[in-house]
Design a protein around this ligand. Sequence first.
Ligand code: SAH
Ligand code: SF4
Ligand code: F3S
Length: 455
Amino acid sequence: MQKLFIKTYGCQMNVYDSERIADILSPMGYGLTENPDEADLAILNTCHIREKAEQKMYSDLGRLRDRRDERRQDKQDMIIAVGGCVAQAEGAEIMRQAPYVDIVFGPQAYHRLPEMIARAKRAKDAKEGKVGKGVGVVDTDFPLESKFDTLPQTEVSRAASFLTIQEGCDKFCTYCVVPYTRGAEFSRPAGDILEEAKHLARLGAKEITLLGQNVNAYHGAPILGDKEWGLARLIRAVADIDGIERIRYVTSHPSDMTQDLIEAHRDVPQLMPYLHLPVQAGSNRVLEAMNRKHTRESYLEILEQLRQVRPDIALSSDFIVGFPGESDKDFEQTLDLVRQVRYAQAYSFKYSIRPGTPAGLMELQVPEEVKSERLQQLQDVLNEHQLDFNKASVGKVMKVLIERKGRHVGNLSGRSPYMQSVTIEGNDRLLGQIIDVEIKSGHANGVRGSVKLVS
Ligand code: SAH
Ligand code: SF4
Ligand code: F3S
């Protein structure tokens, strides 16, 4: 058995891709290892969303090269491959900067890895004894055939599974690289998705998170003359699958929150009362410069409708502070929006220039100190609300899907319907089960509770 090491950065779509990569390579005799020292094939599945992603990748690559040098002293070798969004954006440049890399592949080309590995091995054999450059394999195509058509079924079962249903993005927010690294929006056929969901359920999945960079823009082709599939219809169909008790979807864009989807939050009990709906900023001026295609008011209106159909829905968002031209007054409006919404959790970032995006060329870039100060201020408010939300759960009994062992011995960790991280003390046999937990205390990053015994 050969050993495969994969390090995954970035979003859940990369997590899904890394798992699929392991599935593709398993029939070739590659088994996963968590130890890069023993890897015969090491893959970095990279993310390009924020600054310094390239530097981090190059330093990780340098470390892999050192490990390979050590292995070579024992007459062993290592294939080094770079995938994901940095690979897509940088392509052959990676081979120039790090000529010891064997393979560079984009997120839409990884189904061709077996062939790439064979080519890399031939190239290595050919240059045996010689120091050569430019023998690496680069595939950053957006191929005509879809990777999804050739991926084998997974054999790995997880109680909470991810399922990619849509990729790419046509929104072109002015700060973002995703439309360039993941390409144009593309929805998988509903039939294929439902087959994969059924397969995951058979393997023991109780929760499925439908994934896409712009998941609520999902539009599956009609099956045999029937009408087009939207996300709401897909959710209803997944809810009908035996064994699927929980459904989530991420990440959504406010302008694709259709009425049908909002109503699914009312009608589909399996759809969890939690929604990550990024707003990015609270000022319409900034939203326009970001090309977000929604306003503060239209965003708040959607939340209002969601709360009407599902009063307990927990909300989450992404924020960017210090977008070019953001004034103190603009930033105040972000704080004001946050105070109005009271998010259960949120992610916030300082704006950073992504090469090739329009915002990188805008004037009035905000100084670093101002960005840091604003981020701190925003996070203080967000953290306070998150803590309040977690404390308000105390005394409630919630259904918790126990996903993994906790950090301390005897602890288990899972998620509440509201996506809170829940820690309990309990026996390992509870892993993968949905159990009633009474929440005892609320903290900054989650809640603690105890198993509610049936009386
Ligand atoms: N498709 C998703 C997620 C995109 S990336 C969406 O539309 O929401 C995840 C988050 O990273 C974004 O929501 C944004 O808040 C942040 N982000 C993206 N580009 C950024 C940049 N150049 N600087 C800072 N944050 C950025
Ligand atoms: Fe990026 Fe905007 Fe597309 Fe999200 S919607 S992936 S932030 S361009
Ligand atoms: Fe990062 Fe690519 Fe995901 S840039 S956030 S890994 S889509």
